[in-house]
Design a protein. Structure first.
Length: 571
């Protein structure tokens, strides 16, 4: 099709769209010299007051393509996951999405017929062409990637609203309000951005001269935003309003919950567990994201080794006894417990849970939210449960002597009780229970197993680097699992898939101490944790360190990550 003919078709489409009349079309057709190349766009925009996007729509219709407004598209590191950025820049294309197996790619030049084939060979996916303005695509590369966080517009608004006060010394409290538009928008944007980037916790921290917002992704904190100090109190007050806390009380820590779908029109169904605390430069907030749409993972997806998974499945199918999970905050204890309950949740079993807060709602479970202010504690919930004919009881956490005592009692009277405890390793759990005032013989007769766990970052499968461990590294691996061979380390440059970190996602490591006669005798004799550990290892227990090194051997993580999470065993 000759170029001039296409230009005439564009003019015809503008007539059909009602942007030009027949007379104007005739006038343009009489000036073929003005219709070549970019001249037409210039002429239409200057003389006929047609916008750049209307020109793009007409051009797309003339070529039977869909138009795409690249100016409104926000790029991130993930944009160039499949098609390298250099290739896109060179050929003026931009990947803008994926529908099923098909890649949506915006092209500046619709006549470049070999490009879609090249992209298909590169990605292994069929390409759907969209038409975009060349200038818009060039602008995207000229500016570099937009920040993955879309805070620029909100921060500018905040700057515009409060910036002029900066020179006036101290800003009055009434000048920055938690009810002002930009603050409401900022609070929502902080939560939305965290959700889309896979964050588990949002930290809002006041410093001497500014407010810093950090997100924890895959167990590592990243700074995402710095705000003027005077915006801090308004942002904290806005978050308190969202979870119905007392905004005038700034001297005491407070806990609350945000049900986020009440504050957004976007289809994001999540809750946030909020904790505020008075710090030296103002109030700080930490929010844990609880994704309602995220269901529990099946047990095999949690990182259990085959041997540990078989033992653990046997324990959760016992008719009575106590199963404890231990580890620090954020080590995946709750997820493992929910996954275990999901596996044994059948219509013939009654399951009661006491949680603070309820993190995931599972069908078929009777879940109870704790409320300490009115006296609904784990201990009082447990007492109530024992009168409600349950088969399995989950207690969110054993925090005190009273809860520990009733939990052991429940396990000894025909119930399967699962709970969590904050200890470093599995054998240390026994000492912790004794310390709480539970008699050793009660522990040995009620305990089925203790599972200590941690979460480690998975090494990125796309860019990981093979190497042969030497020196101290080789020594550590040989001592732990008696193996010697090639392993993987993280690529320091990373790749678009892992966002340049070298790691993507997390997996669990487990230390599973299953009760046996020798262990029961040792507990009754009040032996130390180190002795209990040796007995458990003789019975086949893999320590956290050994399990983490086995994950290194399987190519799932790196030795660096394994040692950063769990130190090598002393013995």
């Amino acid at each position: 099709m000759p170029l001039g003919k296409i230009q005439l078709q564009i003019v015809t489409k503008l007539v059909e769209m009602g942007r030009l009349d027949a007379e104007q079309r005739t006038a343009l057709a009489a000036r073929p010299e003005d219709l070549s190349g970019d001249n037409l766009d210039k002429l239409l925009q200057e003389d006929f007051k047609i916008t750049a996007f209307q020109c793009l729509v007409a051009k797309a219709r003339a070529l039977n393509l869909s138009p795409f407004n690249v100016a409104h598209y926000r790029t991130s590191a993930q944009t160039f996951e499949r098609i390298p950025e250099e290739f896109c820049k060179e050929n003026l294309v931009l990947p803008v999405g994926q529908v099923g197996e098909m890649l949506l790619v915006a092209f500046a030049n619709p006549f470049e017929v070999t490009l879609p084939t090249k992209i298909q060979e590169m990605t292994g996916k069929p390409v759907v062409r969209l038409l975009a303005r060349e200038k818009d695509i060039r602008d995207k590369f000229a500016k570099g990637q937009d920040k993955a966080t879309g805070f620029d517009d909100v921060v500018m608004q905040i700057g515009a609203e409060y910036g002029e006060h900066a020179a006036e010394g101290e800003l009055k409290e009434e000048d920055v309000s938690e009810e002002s538009g930009p603050i409401i928008q900022l609070a929502n944007r902080v939560i939305e951005d965290a959700y889309f980037s896979g964050t588990s916790d949002i930290h809002i921290e006041p410093q001497e001269k500014e407010m810093i917002i950090r997100n924890r992704v895959d167990g590592v904190c990243h700074e995402v935003l710095r705000l003027p100090k005077k915006v801090g109190p308004a942002l904290v007050a806005r978050l308190k309003i969202m979870c119905n806390l007392d905004i005038s009380e700034r001297r005491l820590p407070q806990d609350g919950r945000i049900i986020f779908k009440q504050f957004t029109k976007k289809n994001i169904d999540l809750d946030l567990r909020v904790s505020t605390a008075p710090l030296n430069h103002g109030e700080g907030v930490v929010m844990r994201i609880l994704d309602k749409q995220k269901s529990t993972l099946p047990l095999p997806a949690l990182g259990f080794s085959e041997e540990n998974l078989a033992k653990y499945r046997e324990c959760i199918r016992q008719p009575y006894g106590m199963i404890l999970h231990c580890g620090p905050t954020g080590s995946g204890k709750s997820m493992t417990l929910y996954s275990a309950l999901n596996e044994i949740n059948t219509p013939d079993v009654v399951i009661r849970t006491a949680e603070d807060p309820i993190e995931y709602t599972l069908p078929g479970l009777n879940q109870m939210q704790m409320h300490r202010q009115i006296g609904l504690t784990f201990a009082s919930a447990l007492r109530a449960f024992l009168r409600q004919d349950p088969d399995i009881i989950l207690v969110g956490e054993i925090r005190d002597k009273e809860t520990a005592g009733i939990a052991v009692e429940a396990a000894l009277t025909g119930h399967l009780l699962v709970s969590t405890l904050h200890t470093n390793d599995a054998p240390g759990t026994v000492a912790r229970l004794v310390d709480m005032g539970v008699e050793p013989f009660m522990i040995s007769s009620s305990l089925l197993c203790v599972c200590a766990q941690r979460l480690m970052r998975r090494v990125c499968k796309t860019c990981r680097v093979t190497y042969t461990p030497e020196g101290r590294e080789k020594e550590i691996i040989e001592k732990a699992i008696g193996w010697n061979g090639p392993a993987f380390k993280a690529n320091p440059k990373g790749c678009p898939k892992c966002g340049g970190s070298g790691y993507k996602g997390r997996l669990g490591i487990h230390e599973l101490m299953v009760m046996n006669e020798e262990l029961a005798d040792a507990i009754n004799k009040e032996m130390e944790s180190a002795e209990l550990k040796k007995i458990a290892m003789r019975a086949g227990m893999k320590t956290l360190h050994q399990d983490s090194v086995l994950k290194v051997k399987d190519g799932l993580t790196t030795l660096e990550e394994a040692i950063a999470n769990v130190p090598p065993d002393m013995t």
